[in-house]
Design a protein around this ligand. Structure first.
Ligand code: HEC
Length: 108
């Protein structure tokens, strides 16, 4: 009986753990939601600016970056005909994305 319970607890713990990792996986979210426009590893495309050594990311607060992601942006970066569409993400997701973008933008 005790053994079964331990097994069950372990199972629940693993489920909980993978759930958390998925929700806060900035790189994974980026791939599914941002990559089409912003390019592999934030290299940018003809559709949207990249994030490598991005002046915007490096000079903005987390709140400012979050606002652009959630509210979108229209024509701040003149080169692009598209707008940044507002994204539906929960707080943990945006947070992990902001961290991921800051990682991409870091100047070594
Ligand atoms: C449909 C294409 C598209 C998708 C999908 C998209 N973006 Fe954008 N994004 C843009 C465009 C276009 C701009 C430039 C907007 C402008 O000129 O104001 C932009 C701008 C940005 C900026 C500001 C960059 C700067 O240098 O000013 C951030 C931050 C950003 N996007 C984050 C994201 C994140 C995070 C995701 C995924 C959750 C995402 N974007 C998904 C098209 C897209």
């Amino acid at each position: 009986m005790k053994k079964k319970l331990t097994g069950l607890l372990f199972f629940v713990a693993v489920l909980g753990f993978t759930g958390t990792v998925m929700a806060e996986d900035g790189a994974g979210l980026y791939k599914t939601k941002c990559l089409v426009c912003h390019g592999i590893e934030g290299r940018g495309t003809a559709l949207a600016p990249g994030f490598k050594e991005s002046v915007f990311i490096n000079s903005s607060t987390d709140k400012e970056i979050t606002d652009v992601i959630l509210n979108g942006s229209k024509g701040t970066v003149k080169k692009f005909t598209l707008s940044m569409p507002p994204q539906k993400l929960d707080e943990a997701e945006v947070k992990s994305l902001v961290e991921y973008l800051k990682g991409l933008a870091k100047v070594d």
